[in-house]
Design a protein around this ligand. Structure first.
Ligand code: NAD
Length: 499
């Protein structure tokens, strides 16, 4: 699918067919204008069953295709994504609202995993040991699971699907991808890109829908594994339900990421980092910094520097050059962020910069950058994941208080420390109970050769996403023990075989 073929109704992609039928539909908005731009059909169980049947048949062939050939699909896909990222970025911006350069950034981070998957032969290598007993060899193989499902959130409509489906497919599985119903067109473009890259039909299928189809997926007897990214309550539901139905499951949830600024930090670069990480993508990133933990005397200068910087940010349509902050995904998301800001003032925090005062188009779902001082745990602005351009400042006296605050939080996706002292940094990475840590790096999303995942309520399951851990998630191990005895070497052995 190209921009020209994204029509009034976004199709399901099942085998070689684009299907738009279905009884229920949901509108898709351009959040910058507040206008409905197309609609998405919501799948039912019958459509899911049909898709699973197509995927099951296709997977049997896919797993027997040579690995070198499989690899070539990823080299081709990488080239398409690199050369045509502007087109995909514009689709993302139209439905999500983020700026076009930001959308290109998410494509680049998805591309990292596609490139990692191009080395699939290396990642699928097993292990072997010769002569484990007299004349006996052992090899361990990594084989695909079969049909797997990937369920993705609205905030990275290309990157998160590319994280999941690339590895699942590289490992020899067929995929049912259920994207967010709020911005589903990007994955239809990606499915077409996979097809152009040489992926056989039926290996990547896109089924649109809401919670109804998610629940059908979680209970479907043929689907062997579920990868999920979304908010914590849904991630928890997906984890328990899919596991109760015998599936392998990884479910990544929400976040509340802290950035600690030590008194010895370079405050100018810390302020730049805080602004980029808190307000980029209008705060709708799972790795967005939403709490600044100011240690000692750093609070006042940091607040001054951040305020100066955000007063100059341009709020507007992400498709327009020069926009810094696009809209939130829905009017409800904007109103919720505004409500939480209101509650912060009532609960005793100080609103230093108030994003509710934005002059951006009132028809769009805009809210400007906000900075809130004197925040404490127990306030809604601290306790809840806002998922908007709001940075809360918590003042603490010492490093130990900062660590205690962060370790008491239920979320543990990402965290950053700004310091010039190596010893403090070393202690921090040892002490902090968070899955991804940045030292003078505000958004520590690991590069594609590592894997991505938080701790506590930010991840349910035990494998992280993309990279090496993902190849483990999408394969199962088979251990083959072999002996080639001569004709006269066999004998009856009634005891349990020992070496
Ligand atoms: P969401 O939980 O509302 O939706 C995620 C997916 O779940 C969608 O495909 C949606 O259709 C489905 N869904 C929604 N409600 C459901 C229900 N009741 N039952 C079953 N399925 C349901 O999340 P979102 O608003 O699309 O995305 C934002 C959230 O995702 C934030 O909380 C953010 O922190 C989180 N997120 C986390 C990571 C991470 O790596 N930990 C990455 C990106 C986003």
């Amino acid at each position: 699918m190209t921009t020209a073929t994204i029509t009034a109704r976004v199709p399901h992609v099942i085998g070689d067919q684009l299907i738009t039928e279905n009884l229920r539909t949901q509108p898709i908005y351009n959040p910058a204008t507040g206008q409905v731009i197309r609609e998405v059909p919501l799948a039912d169980r019958e459509l899911l069953d049909r898709t699973v049947a197509v995927a099951t048949k296709a997977q049997k062939k896919w797993r027997s295709i040579g690995l070198a050939k499989r690899s070539r699909v990823f080299f081709e896909l990488a080239s398409i994504l690199r050369n045509e990222s502007e087109e995909l970025a514009r689709i993302i911006t139209e439905e999500h609202g983020k700026t076009v350069p930001d959308a290109q950034g998410e494509i680049a981070r998805g591309l990292e995993n596609v490139e990692f998957c191009a080395g699939l032969m290396h990642h699928l290598k097993g292990e072997s040991a010769e002569q484990v007993a007299s004349g006996v060899d052992v090899e361990q193989l990594k084989q695909p699971l079969g049909v797997v499902a990937c369920i993705t959130p609205f905030n990275f409509p290309a990157m998160v699907p590319l994280w999941m489906v690339s590895t699942a497919i590289a490992a020899g599985n067929a995929v049912i991808l259920k994207p967010s119903e709020r911005d589903p067109s990007a994955v239809v473009w990606i499915a077409e890109a996979f097809r152009r890259a040489g992926l056989p039909e039926g290996i990547l299928n896109v089924v649109h829908g809401d919670k109804e189809i998610v629940n059908e997926i979680l209970e479907h007897p043929t689907i062997r594994a579920v990868s999920f990214v979304g908010s914590t309550p849904i991630a928890s539901h997906v984890y328990t339900t899919a596991a109760a139905h015998g599936k392998r499951v990884q479910a990544l949830g929400g976040a509340k990421n802290h950035m600690v600024v030590m008194p010895d930090a370079d405050l100018e670069s810390a302020a730049d980092a805080a602004v980029s990480a808190a307000y980029g993508s209008a705060g709708q990133r799972c790795m967005a910094v939403s709490v600044l933990v100011a240690v000692g005397e750093t609070a006042d200068p940091m607040i001054e520097k951040i305020s100066e910087r955000i007063r100059g940010l341009k709020v507007g349509d992400g498709a327009e050059t020069g926009t810094d902050i696009g809209p939130l995904i829905t009017a409800q998301a904007r109103d919720r962020a505004a409500r939480i800001l209101g509650s912060a003032a009532e609960e005793g925090a100080t609103i230093v910069v108030d994003g509710r005062e934005t002059t951006a188009d009132p028809e769009g779902f805009f809210i400007g950058a906000s900075l809130v001082d004197n925040v404490r745990p127990g306030m809604q602005v601290y306790d809840e994941e806002i998922f908007g351009p709001v940075l809360a400042v918590v003042r603490v006296d010492t490093y130990d208080e900062a660590v205690e605050l962060i370790n008491a939080n239920r979320y543990a996706n990402g965290v950053a420390l700004f310091t010039r002292d190596g010893r403090t940094a070393r202690e921090f990475q040892f002490d902090i109970e968070v899955g991804m840590v940045g030292v003078n790096v505000p958004i520590p999303v690991p590069v594609g050769a590592f894997s991505f995942g938080g701790w506590k309520d930010s991840l349910f399951g035990d494998t992280h996403m993309y990279g090496p851990e993902s190849f483990n998630f999408y394969t199962r191990r088979k251990v083959v023990t072999t002996r080639w005895p001569l004709a006269n070497e066999s004998q009856i052995e009634m005891g349990f075989p020992t070496n």
